[in-house]
Design a protein around this ligand. Structure first.
Ligand SMILES: [Zn+2]
Length: 411
């Protein structure tokens, strides 16, 4: 991940911003508004959601058996460690019964030809639309010792572990919703579900040397290129958007999370509503006491505005206007998606954690209550986005729309 050094690289920055502004001119998209299947989770379902899986199993980095502990090793592109960690991630999703896709490719780097593998997991590959959650699995390469032991705890081991927890927790609800939709005869004019959850682990996000357009985000660039290809089979034209990229309703990118007191801003006006949903999830979980031990109701509300207090809100409200001046200035895996018009929410702490790209970005930089809070915020927002509430009314089932009408705009 690159923060443009705004003083010394201002010219470059402005260029990037205007490039992005041009490229990101919103294309007509089938989902301009709030996802129609969105509805708030009922109170009993919220209680269930929190208990769907043990947060510690995935996230307690002090326990060597946890998933996060297994990711916390140096795992640079092409290393045996990265292969091992990719194996842990793949095994996790296979056990949960998700569809597994490996996007393997090679590319030129400052150190010659290197091999990369993006991992793509899809709950229901037959669903035409995908909500994508994503983070990069590789850790940054450093040539010399001790920096070569860099484990990238916030960058992005913790976000990857949060996505593993999300899959564990939501799989039973995703399975349940799929079954209910099938029993109801499909939704939105399709035989099955309109939308599913896809989780992507990018390879090669980090630059090998200095961050440039060619030495960075190898995996994201490759995936966007591959997913831009049009599927010209007759059935694809009839019933689904014509490229995998067009099937993405929103891409949520997680990066530099897991340290206490993150500050998350909204960078893209077209996804402001979804940014707000993350904020609302935090608020509801905070007030109900699920987020922070010892803080609920009034106690939570009183703490959440106070800077320097762990329990304060992670999010900078959009109304504060603090987004201005940042949009388009942070280069990360989302950039090629934004350039192709995919709606993006970038959950990244700005300013970056103080340990960023130093050997100190290890377990000692992490805060377990903060990581658990993130995991619950993700669970709630995704469950509501996809209408997973098992006690809720099945949204949109039997809304029989003409298949062609859904994606006319998206092309
Ligand atoms: Zn990084």
């Amino acid at each position: 991940m690159l923060a443009n050094r705004w003083r010394t690289r201002l010219a470059c920055l402005l260029l990037l911003s205007s490039d992005l502004a041009l490229a990101a001119r919103p294309r007509p998209h089938a989902l301009k508004r709030r996802n129609p299947s969105y509805s708030p989770l009922s109170d009993p379902s919220l209680e269930q959601l929190v208990a769907l899986s043990s947060l510690d199993d995935a996230l307690d980095y002090n326990d060597p058996k946890s998933l996060l502990a297994k990711i916390l090793v140096p795992r640079t592109v092409g290393s045996a460690n990265l292969t091992r960690v990719q194996g842990v991630v793949e095994g996790h999703f296979r056990k949960l019964g998700w569809h597994v896709e490996k996007d393997a490719f090679d590319d030129d780097t400052p150190y010659g030809r290197k091999f990369f593998t993006n991992l793509v997991f899809t709950h229901d590959p037959s669903a035409p639309r995908r909500l994508v959650l994503s983070a990069h699995l590789d850790s940054k390469y450093f040539e010399t010792h001790p920096e070569d032991q860099f484990v990238g705890a916030t960058d992005s081991a913790a976000p990857c572990a949060m996505m593993l927890d999300l899959a564990t927790a939501l799989t039973p609800w995703l399975d349940g919703r799929k079954k209910r939709v099938q029993e109801a005869g499909g939704e939105e004019g399709f035989d099955g579900q309109g939308e599913t959850l896809q989780i992507v682990f990018f390879d090669g996000e980090e630059a090998f040397k200095e961050w440039t357009h060619t030495d960075s985000i190898y995996g994201a660039r490759h995936l966007v290129e591959k997913w831009s290809e049009t599927d010209s089979s007759p059935s694809a034209i009839r019933s689904t958007p014509r490229s995998p990229l067009r099937r993405i309703s929103h891409l949520v990118l997680l990066d530099l999370l897991g340290a206490p007191n993150p500050l998350i801003r909204n960078f893209f006006p077209n996804t402001g509503w979804l940014f707000d949903e993350f904020l609302h999830s935090e608020e509801r979980l905070g007030v109900t006491g699920y987020l922070w031990d010892g803080f609920e109701g009034q106690a939570y509300t009183e703490q959440k505005g106070k800077l320097g207090v762990r329990e304060r809100s992670f999010f900078v409200p959009r109304a504060s206007g603090q987004m201005q001046g940042w949009a388009g200035q942070i280069e990360d895996d989302h950039v090629p998606f934004v350039q192709q018009g995919v709606p993006v929410v970038h959950l990244i702490s700005v300013p970056f954690p103080s340990v960023w790209h130093t050997i100190k970005d290890d377990a000692s930089a992490l805060d377990l209550p903060t990581i658990k809070a993130w995991a619950l915020i993700l669970r709630l927002t995704v469950a509501e986005y996809l209408g997973l509430d098992p006690t809720g009314r099945l949204q949109n089932a039997n809304v029989k729309r003409n298949k062609g009408e859904l994606f006319d705009e998206a092309g």
